[in-house]
Design a protein around this ligand. Sequence first.
Ligand code: CP
Length: 300
Amino acid sequence: MSSRKNFSLIDLRSLEKTKIDILFSFADQIAAGKSSAIEGFGKTGALLFFEASTRTRMSFETACARLGIHPLRLDGAAGSSLEKGESLEDTVLNVEAMQPSFLVIRTGDDLDLRALSEKIATPILNAGWGKKGHPTQALLDAYTIRKHLGSCAGQKLLIVGDVRHSRVAASHFELAEKLGYEVALCGPKEFLPQLPPCQVFSDLSQGLQWATAAMALRVQMERHDHKYSLTDYREQFGFTQKNLKALSAKALIMHPGPINQGTEMDADVLRDPRCKVLDQVHNGVLVRQSLIHMTMKEVQ
Ligand code: CP
């Protein structure tokens, strides 16, 4: 959808609002059991996960199963010719030569998805690309907000924690403008962008009082030069029952996963009625199924 040449989804800047509305409406129809499930008989979709994933990979796989599309899976290097030194790009080009209907790709910065989408005609669906973006995660988050709060427009999303390393946050900065919700950030200054593109709360309780939805991010300790006390982090920025008293009863508690339980979110918060973490995962299947459906319709 981002390029004139094909219908790839590399980022959300180039996805029109009308397309997002159609995507969400079709996801609603799937959720209500009003869409015919099988439309991809005899077709394949390549799921190329060069980095680890549970939710994204399995939700795309579930979406394929529901659409009757056979998924061609590649999970990391093990068992593939990447082990023999074949490059990531060559791997993608060889899989593309088998003519799947689309390529779902998760990768680090060592593969340029945008350049690749200009090179090949098969749609590429970005399933998490380095720190650049994770568009389907932001879409499923927004779909979850719309489902529980009625609309994305006018909502206030507080993103808490490791924003500097977060592709999810990067995609929300792109999506918020289109769907009319505000984003604000909260966390230790070393975790936030040097030039934050939005309001920043240094105090979690103030941020939570402002928010209609609060999303914790995984603390990516492996990426920080400074080592933080996880106990201090939990105390100041963790989604604990104590800290979440500042959040309205009607607001949503979210996390894209995977969660470091006891650091950025306590296990008992998952049982809080405001917590939609597993519903985000459920909605991920609907949104990705809808995206695959749209992509296949557009390339016909
Ligand atoms: N949220 C997310 O991308 O989770 P996975 O890494 O498990 O796919």
